[in-house]
Design a protein around this ligand. Structure first.
Ligand SMILES: [Zn+2]
Length: 277
């Protein structure tokens, strides 16, 4: 539905405003800005849009009629775009849990810039997928993750740094929001400060000789320097890194993310039980 001024409704950015409907419960309209993470077809002409919003966390919303050629805002609801939108939804616990998009304005449609650049497109896809997986519960606001996701897509579009570096910097910082940042400047087990030579994903990152578990990796010292630079946003150091160092760093970051993601997924049923009780 589209809100008409004649309805005399007012809303403020980010605030809920009750709207009477004919179906017996009150719909609410609210504004937010968001990154489009994913778009799925729904029926003949609709889409389900997965959004990471600034104030309302991750949510899925239905966009009606956007696949028709006459749609005013279909093009604004493509993956990786930063949009300002108005959503309509029912209050918690009443009616459909799927909100609907009633208005959309484009802030910056980064997706267009990745279409002709496959490496950047895959990096953007990995960023969007990670953002979705790091927000397993809908409507749980995470301002820091929103800012990181938006910043990473903006940096990818600006093309000032290699796409792989932007992705790894994002993954490292996004893991930090989940409490999974790998230890780099201290031992992950005993906390002894310093640059340690071994790296163990199950132990939580760099490990000192006393704590090093069997099977720990021994990355090149430059690899941990790069990991540290990406975490801190030290781009001159990151940009100067050599391809083999970038590859090794990417491998460790991906392994670290994968390991924690799988553990987090196993703990998810607990979250679901808590929510439904
Ligand atoms: Zn130690």
């Amino acid at each position: 539905m589209t809100l008409r001024p004649s309805q005399g409704l007012s809303y403020r950015r980010g605030r809920m405003a009750p709207v009477p409907t004919g179906s017996g419960y009150r719909r609410q309209l609210y504004r937010d800005d968001a990154v489009v993470l994913r778009v799925q077809k729904l029926g003949e002409s609709d889409r389900i849009i997965t959004l990471l919003t600034r104030r309302h966390g991750r949510l899925r919303a239905v966009a009606r009629g956007v696949r028709r050629t006459t749609s005013r805002f279909g093009a604004r609801l493509e993956p990786f775009g930063h949009i300002d939108l108005q959503l309509a939804g029912s209050p918690e616990g009443v009616g459909s849990s799927l909100h609907s998009v009633s208005q959309v304005e484009a802030v910056a449609l980064y997706g267009k810039q990745f279409l002709s650049d496959y490496p950047r497109y895959t990096a953007a896809s990995a960023i969007a997928e990670t953002a979705e997986r790091l927000t397993p519960v809908e409507r749980e606001p995470s301002l820091r993750l929103f800012q990181l996701t938006l910043g990473a897509l903006k940096a990818l579009a600006a093309a000032e740094h290699a796409g792989g570096l932007v992705l790894d910097a994002y993954l490292l910082r996004a893991m930090a929001t989940a409490g999974w940042a790998p230890a780099i400047a201290e031992c992950a087990v005993c906390g002894t400060q310093g640059r340690h030579a071994a790296f163990s994903v199950p132990a939580g990152g760099a490990v000192c000789p006393d704590c090093r578990p069997p099977g720990a990796a021994h990355p090149a010292p430059a690899t941990l320097v790069l990991m540290s630079a990406l975490t801190d946003g030290d781009w001159p150091v990151a940009d100067a890194s050599e391809p083999p160092v970038r590859r090794e760093c990417s491998g460790l970051v991906a392994a670290h993310l994968q390991w924690h993601m799988e553990r987090a997924l196993r703990s998810l049923p607990l979250v679901d039980r808590r929510e439904s009780s």
